[in-house]
Design a protein around this ligand. Structure first.
Ligand SMILES: NC(=O)C1=CN([C@@H]2O[C@H](COP(=O)(O)OP(=O)(O)OC[C@H]3O[C@@H](n4cnc5c(N)ncnc54)[C@H](O)[C@@H]3O)[C@@H](O)[C@H]2O)C=CC1
Ligand SMILES: N[C@@H](CC=O)C(=O)O
Ligand code: NA
Length: 436
């Protein structure tokens, strides 16, 4: 059979990984796909730059539109990243009748609805396994293997860079800047690494996962997002003392009245499997009503783990080259006309437990005042630690763990606590989940 020609847009970390895997594993890949898959065209902004892959036999250009317009190319791999020109290139490739594979979660989370519709109009497909949790086949698992279930919730460590930073900073004692620079050198970080640190990248991935799990439209702007930037050593140490570890999680729950989509640091019981996922590793736990909890673990970033997912998508596309769009697995697991209209809940209507840390004057009656404020809002307390004052210090840290309560009650309680005369500064709040 005639080989399949692939045009690559971007030959950076992931693009080079794809070229290397296609070359090194050509025999098994071709036996699985039933045809030879070869990269014939590629665009690179700096073609003269040394690459970590061989470029023999690949026609290089600086203009990615040349690749998407080339009639010899059948599959486009978009590995540039970001919104534009990635969106325009992908739409043009689809209009040119080419199948598209992308690792770009920002693109799918923000423009997926438009892109999928265009692919359907043109009778071609878009595959995006690498966009969520890198090499872990989580899209495939949720979209194709758990389809007999009602998904109740999913939760995961879905940004490798921030998990790497948290692990190295708090458990190896390294500095934030050093660890981030290393994550960039290792090819884990986004082009703008603030997306890793402020939760944006995890929110892109959660948007995609939630849509596939629940059959809801992609709604990136409805995700509640916090990053790792405000986690302190102090909170990590207090959490440990209480038997918890702090992890940055993306979580999606089907609750009464709608869906809760949230990305934020979370205290997890130390023995929980997700609490023990360290470094650049990702893990996603998915709870189905029939199957119960399931766990998917692997490298969430890096050249070859991510390229592993891109190449798997290529093989899937080749296996189904001539399928009509209506016979393919639906992009979001549910048929477009069957997507749910249930709303995404605002954060104030979401229920969770809390870790609170406040700094209070070391005088009698303070603890009673604090617990009274919480009681006024119906918030019950599970544990309290009051630390001994440091020599000469006027304030002492008070740490509380609460039972589950709606966020709007906690917002109101925190506001009142911050107005207590004995309380100094802001109250730190980190949400707590048991994920059972
Ligand atoms: N690096 C990783 O571990 C992972 C990356 N991804 C996604 O894969 C995609 C690629 O990421 P990396 O390979 O890490 O990025 P990279 O920065 O290493 O490579 C991007 C490539 O695209 C080219 N490029 C950038 N802007 C361009 C433009 N306007 N026109 C033409 N070419 C342009 C660059 O010159 C570079 O060769 C992104 O969407 C990223 O979010 C997904 C999962 C993991
Ligand atoms: N920057 C991302 C790359 C993979 O999606 C991460 O660190 O997880
Ligand atoms: Na994946």
């Amino acid at each position: 059979m005639k080989p399949v020609n692939v045009g690559m847009l971007g030959l950076g970390t992931v693009g080079s990984g794809v070229v290397n895997i296609l070359e090194r594993n050509a025999d098994v890949i071709n036996r699985r796909a039933g045809r030879e898959i070869r990269v014939t065209h590629a665009s690179a902004r700096h073609p003269e730059r040394p690459r970590s892959c061989r470029l023999e036999g690949i026609r290089l250009t600086t203009d990615p539109f040349e690749v998407v317009d080339d009639p010899e190319v059948e599959i486009i791999a978009e590995l540039i990243g970001g919104h534009e020109p990635a969106r325009e290139l992908v739409l043009r490739a689809l209009d040119n009748g080419k199948h598209v594979i992308t690792a770009n979660k920002a693109l799918i989370a923000s423009h997926g609805n438009e892109i999928f519709a265009r692919a359907r109009e043109n009778g071609v497909t878009v595959a995006f396994e690498a966009a969520v949790a890198g090499g872990i086949p989580i899209i495939k698992a949720v979209r194709e293997a758990l389809t007999g279930n009602r998904i109740e919730w999913l939760a995961g460590i879905i940004n490798g860079t921030s998990n790497y930073i948290l692990t190295e900073m708090f458990y190896e004692g390294r500095q934030f800047g050093d660890v981030l620079a290393e994550a960039q050198r290792l090819g884990y970080a986004e082009a703008d690494p603030s997306f890793d640190v402020d939760g944006t990248d995890a929110a892109h991935k959660l948007t995609i996962l939630a849509s596939i799990a629940f059959g809801i439209p992609l709604q990136y702007d409805k995700v509640y997002v916090e990053g790792i930037d405000h986690i302190t050593r102090e909170d990590v140490a207090f959490a440990e003392e209480l038997g918890f570890r702090i992890k940055h999680l993306g979580m999606a729950f089907h609750e009464e009245g709608g869906y809760a989509l949230r990305v934020h640091p979370t205290l997890l019981p130390r023995r929980h499997m997700l609490a023990n996922v360290d470094g650049v590793m990702n893990a996603v736990m998915v709870k189905g009503d029939a199957v119960g909890p399931t766990l998917y673990y692997g490298a969430g970033a890096g050249a070859e783990p991510t390229a592993s997912a891109v190449v798997a998508d290529m093989i899937d596309v080749v296996r189904e080259f001539n399928l009509e769009p209506e016979n393919r697995v639906p992009y979001l697991a549910f048929h477009t006309e069957s997507l749910s209209r249930e709303p995404v809940l605002p954060m104030r209507d979401v229920e969770t437990a809390y870790y609170l840390r406040l700094s209070a004057r070391d005088e009698p009656g303070v603890l009673a005042d604090v617990t009274r404020v919480l009681g006024d809002f119906g918030i019950s307390i599970e544990a309290i630690i009051q630390k001994q004052p440091q020599a000469g210090a006027e304030h002492v840290p008070i740490i509380l763990l609460t039972h589950r309560i709606h966020e709007r009650h906690m917002d109101a309680a925190i506001e009142r606590l911050e107005h207590l005369e004995q309380v100094d500064g802001r109250v730190v709040r980190i949400r707590v989940e048991s994920l059972e």
